[in-house]
Design a protein around this ligand. Structure first.
Ligand SMILES: Nc1ncnc2c1ncn2[C@@H]1O[C@H](COP(=O)(O)OP(=O)(O)OP(=O)(O)O)[C@@H](O)[C@H]1O
Ligand SMILES: [Mg+2]
Length: 241
């Protein structure tokens, strides 16, 4: 398995680290049946990739074999944003390449510096990825990862974009819905929940992200903290089955 280094993993302030940690623990409580977890949102830029990456990192660091699967085949920026590079050089073949070509899924996955953390980012963004995501090969990819890892965190495109999110959700065991605080309306959130229901993908919980907090430091204030969903839409005990 090739080794991938992530050069720019962000250092999180304590409050945010703690919020992600609580989310991880709540996911652990969901039991052994919940393995493939879709991280999705209604709109672009709500923080899906950020939350998916943080969750994956903390889960791997806590010793649960976990993979981060990038299924944003239209406009993924993960490789550049987090400075991902192959050890020893060479070009990364990402999710869309693996889906479109007859290569071994097992060999295409990258191992990272974390003992329990593997990853498959997307590199070649494609104009019409629906065909790839609707293919049997994609089903096989998810099934393989579900067998091999304790957790598969699936970083997805937003639900408002065609039907990719619903399709991916239909193959996952549950979804974490990321909601950008103060931006996405209650009606839009409800609509996304209906879309997930239609896809047969149980809602595991909602992360209220990028919350402005007067009490916290600059970083937290500027970007907000990942936070579980509180009182506005569902009770915060929602993560417990
Ligand atoms: N809680 C947070 N704290 C700090 N930065 C955050 C937080 N949430 C998101 N960001 C930053 O906000 C930007 C948008 O987040 P991200 O790329 O994760 O959104 P996305 O929902 O995956 O967007 P897209 O739909 O385009 O894939 C990124 O630069 C990310 O690092
Ligand atoms: Mg993203």
């Amino acid at each position: 398995m090739s080794q991938l280094t992530i050069q720019n993993l962000p250092e999180l302030p304590y409050a945010l680290q703690e919020a992600v940690n609580r989310l991880r623990i709540n996911i652990n409580f969901l039991g052994n049946e919940i393995k493939k977890i879709l991280v999705i949102s209604t709109f672009p830029n709500e923080g899906k990739s950020f939350v998916a990456l943080q969750l994956w990192q903390q889960m791997a660091e806590s010793g649960s074999p976990s993979i981060l699967l990038d299924t944003d085949l239209r406009k993924s920026v993960m490789v550049e944003q987090y400075g991902m590079a192959l050890q020893g050089g060479g070009s990364i073949k990402g999710t869309s390449y693996v889906l479109a070509n007859d290569i071994s899924i097992e060999d295409a996955i990258f191992h990272t510096d974390m003992e329990c953390g593997d990853i498959l980012p997307n590199v070649d963004n494609v104009v019409n990825p629906s065909m790839l995501l609707e293919s049997e090969r994609f089903e096989q990819m998810l099934a393989y990862m579900g067998e091999k890892y304790r957790y598969v965190f699936v970083d997805a495109p937003p639900l408002d974009l065609v039907s990719d999110g619903e399709k991916i959700g239909s193959l996952c065991d549950g979804a974490v819905l990321v909601v950008r605080s103060g931006v996405t309306s209650r009606g839009m959130v409800k609509n996304s929940i209906r879309q997930l229901e239609r896809a047969g993908c149980p809602l595991l919980g909602i992360v209220l992200n990028r919350v402005e907090s007067a009490k916290s430091g600059y970083y937290y204030k500027k970007y907000g903290g990942g936070k579980y969903y509180g009182s506005r839409y569902y009770s915060n005990s929602y993560y417990y089955k």
